[in-house]
Ligand binder design. Structure first.
Ligand SMILES: Cc1cc2nc3c(=O)[nH]c(=O)nc-3n(C[C@H](O)[C@H](O)[C@H](O)COP(=O)(O)OP(=O)(O)OC[C@H]3O[C@@H](n4cnc5c(N)ncnc54)[C@H](O)[C@@H]3O)c2cc1C
Length: 330
């Protein structure tokens, strides 16, 4: 149990060995490759994950995928609200075995649901997640679209990332025109500033309740992650024996390649996640003082993370949140 990264069985970096999956994935396509492996090896009957809405390419919705092609429709991150954990009872209704991919909060909801209904546990073969800096509001998507010069009603395909690493935010219109922008601009300038307040208060950005977690295994440049386009590379953390045995089996089946890394390597690839975990208790202190709401977070080692980061950064964050919550409420 690591105070910043949660339960760790193994830390690796890697990518999908199928070049198409690696290319289409957000990072190294590892999540999609693992889901395809689970389907094709008969361990699950379907995968529940998120993809662009079938009715509106600017929206995102939960999708049930039963083969490689369907899994790949969901490859790539959707940086907008997406209710992956909606109507959980429908996932269990058929009695089939499945794997679930969602944000850390989606997985936490799923775990809580199954914990109250232990008879459902055998159907949930794997819960996978990814590190999550937070979800930008749908306005962020509208801003990306406007900056691309595209009109909502005309767009037939919209993706935030993928098709390269980190890949481009891309809008294709009915007449076949395509406009795109790089990740520095889409995430750095338009989507990132639209993160919802609840996400800034989230105590679990790294999927501590999942069997395994993927993230961008950014290479460093001048002390910062390097967002220049290159071949995709995922960070892959296994948290449970189930997650670990899937990864070993997928490596043996040549679905993914993965190289050993150390827990100490993670902060260089994910500096934002370290900072947030260290200061989030300070932010909640401010919310508690403002609103009288004091949630309990068990097993996330937030105090240990705060001490590792130091009291001053947490207090600075508490003050910032105190002012902000006063303005907007929670
Ligand atoms: C809102 C958001 C914030 C993120 N923040 C970080 C971060 O701080 N650090 C980091 O390293 N990575 C972050 N990522 C994840 C990162 O972009 C990659 O998705 C991750 O590295 C997995 O890459 P992959 O190539 O293995 O996955 P892929 O093979 O591309 O598969 C991605 C999977 O994620 C699912 N998915 C995509 N969007 C959503 C969504 N909105 N809700 C639920 N499921 C979804 C898809 O259905 C698909 O199954 C974030 C992603 C999102 C959606």
């Amino acid at each position: 149990m690591h105070p910043e990264w949660g339960p760790l069985l193994a830390v690796r970096t890697g990518w999908a060995l199928d070049a198409d999956v690696r290319f289409r994935g957000s990072s190294g396509g590892v999540l999609s490759a693992l889901m395809i492996h689970l389907l094709e090896s008969g361990q699950v009957q379907f995968v529940a994950h998120v993809a662009a809405s079938a009715h509106d390419p600017l929206r995102s919705e939960r999708r049930i995928s039963r083969n490689r092609a369907e899994v790949l429709t969901g490859a790539g991150s959707r940086y907008a609200p997406a209710a992956a954990a909606v109507a959980l009872e429908t996932l269990f209704a058929s009695g089939e075995r499945f794997a679930f991919v969602g944000k850390p909060c989606d997985v936490a909801a799923l775990r809580a649901y199954v914990q109250q209904r232990p008879q459902l546990q055998p159907q949930l073969v794997l819960a996978a997640s990814f590190m999550c800096a937070g979800v930008p509001s749908q306005h962020g998507t509208n801003e990306v679209l406007a900056a691309l010069g595209s009109v909502a009603g005309e767009v037939v395909h919209f993706q935030y990332r993928g098709n390269g690493w980190p890949g481009y935010a891309t809008a294709r219109t009915r007449d076949g025109n395509e406009a795109r922008m790089d990740y520095n601009r889409s995430w750095g300038q338009l989507l990132g500033p639209r993160l919802q307040l609840r996400c800034k208060l989230c105590p679990d950005g790294t999927g501590e309740f999942a069997d395994l977690v993927c993230a961008d295994a950014w290479y460093g440049k001048d002390g910062y992650p390097d967002f220049d386009e290159q071949d995709g590379r995922s960070l892959l953390i296994t948290r449970t024996p189930r997650g670990e045995s899937l990864v070993l089996a997928a490596m043996a089946a040549q679905a993914v390649v993965a190289l050993a890394a150390e827990a100490d390597d993670i902060s260089g690839m994910q500096p934002y996640q370290v900072t947030r975990k260290r200061v989030v208790l300070g932010r909640w202190l401010a919310v508690g003082l403002r609103t009288g709401v004091w949630p309990r977070f068990r097993g996330l080692h937030l105090r240990a993370a705060l001490w590792r980061g130091g009291v001053m950064p947490a207090l600075r964050n508490a003050w910032g949140t105190f002012k902000r919550v006063g303005r907007v409420g929670v």
